[in-house]
Design a protein around this ligand. Structure first.
Ligand code: ZN
Length: 398
């Protein structure tokens, strides 16, 4: 339950009278009287509350939660002393006393905060009702918003439901998920949900788009798992191995059994998938010259599985020149260019220099590769043709 402040009440309801108890008020109470009756008597005699209210004061007195708790505690002490009762019996007696003469402590389902006493005259009744309705509505809306926000990310099925009105492919997934009871509503793993679409490629593309958006919003909702590329078994990240063929350069995620099977036919190297970062991947790609399509697919898969962070794939596109041959490498790194250069230098016989770096992502790198495709020597190395040199010379270095 949320709270409303005395300030809110005073600003929305006219003619509210504020009364504040002296700090020592509780010290001089008659223990044989109900603390509530003592309160009203004091309000009329010394608190400046008009005596015409005497009869109805207990229905007009609103108190903050802090003061109310204090009043009830004292009432409990008094009743205990007077009637020598305790536990359940005492609790019931306090409640009786409260129901008969206790002040009001909430408005529109919201507790009043603080330790102030407010007296609201009959003439303000309508304004008070309106105020109560308003905060009740706010309270309800807040509860709905909260439930919606929770539901939106609790598992993947609930997320698209919150996107159901979208006119795009993600909206299609949502409508489909809502209408079809077969949709794997309880699953929160992409690979399991993907099975539902069988070999319907277009739907899988839409699912992937929605899934990546969901992950960007709720990265913490996904417990990372991996799937063996050979036997499709779901495995923990700790059990998963990144394996590559030294003969063909093909990349796989495998469990230990399947890797052993593969090793009988091909030369394989592997390393554990857990703890792998994008920068590690880049170094492996550089060292083993994996096929570009493969590594891109792997990066995407690791993001979908929650193993690589999805947040930002913006890094640098760099142009590096070999001092001896003047060939230019166009590459991408998500990390520091210095790290990239020294990794490259180890594998290269001649001195390398960075010509320029530009903010960008993998897509930008690919676009550049396509643009200068005619100049391609091998891999990411390009002929230092005047077109390329001219292009580089006008790039802002960032
Ligand atoms: Zn396997």
């Amino acid at each position: 339950m949320s709270k409303c402040t005395p300030r809110q009440i005073i600003s929305e309801v006219p003619d509210v009278q504020t009364v504040i108890l002296p700090h020592n008020w509780f010290d001089h109470l008659n223990p044989n009287r109900s603390v509530f009756d003592s309160l009203y008597e004091w309000m009329l005699k010394e608190g400046g509350v008009s005596s015409y209210m005497e009869e109805t004061l207990h229905n007009r007195t609103y108190v903050g939660e802090k003061l109310y708790n204090k009043l009830r505690t004292v009432e409990k002490k008094h009743l205990n002393k007077k009637f020598k009762i305790k536990d359940d019996e005492l609790a019931r007696a306090v409640s009786w006393s409260d129901i008969n003469s206790g002040p009001i402590t909430e408005i529109g389902g919201c507790k009043i905060s603080g330790d102030v006493i407010l007296v609201i005259p009959e003439s303000s009744r309508e304004a008070l009702n309106e105020f109560a309705l308003k905060i009740h509505r706010n309270e309800r809306q807040a509860a709905i918003d909260k439930a919606k926000a929770n539901a939106a990310g609790a598992n993947f099925y609930q997320w698209p439901l919150s996107q159901i009105d979208r006119p795009d492919r993600v909206g299609d997934i949502a409508r489909n998920a809502a209408d079809d009871d077969e949709f794997p509503r309880k699953s929160n793993q992409y690979e399991e949900i993907k099975c539902y679409y069988g070999s319907y490629e277009a739907a899988i593309e839409s699912l992937k788009e929605g899934w990546l958006e969901y992950l960007r919003q709720y990265p913490e909702r996904l417990k990372p798992y991996a799937w063996c590329n050979e036997c499709d078994k779901k495995i923990t990240v700790e059990e998963a191995l990144l394996a590559w063929s030294l003969d063909t350069g093909e990349l796989f995620v495998l469990d230990a059994d399947c890797l052993n099977k593969y090793k009988r036919f091909d030369n394989f190297e592997s390393r554990p998938l857990s703890g792998i970062a994008r920068i590690d991947l880049e170094q492996l790609i550089e060292k083993y010259d994996f096929c570009e399509l493969d590594t891109e697919r792997l990066e995407e898969t690791l993001k979908i599985w929650g193993i690589l962070p999805i947040a930002s794939d913006n890094g640098y596109v760099y142009f590096i020149r070999s001092e001896k041959t003047h060939a230019i490498k166009i590459g991408y790194t998500a990390g520091k260019i210095e790290d990239r250069l020294s990794a490259l230098q180890t594998a290269h016989p001649y001195k390398l220099e960075v010509l320029v770096t530009a903010r960008g992502n993998r897509a930008y790198e690919k676009a550049l590769h396509a643009r200068f495709a005619k100049l391609r020597l091998e891999g990411e190395w390009f002929e230092p043709h005047p077109d390329l040199v001219a292009f580089i010379s006008v790039l802002p270095n960032r």
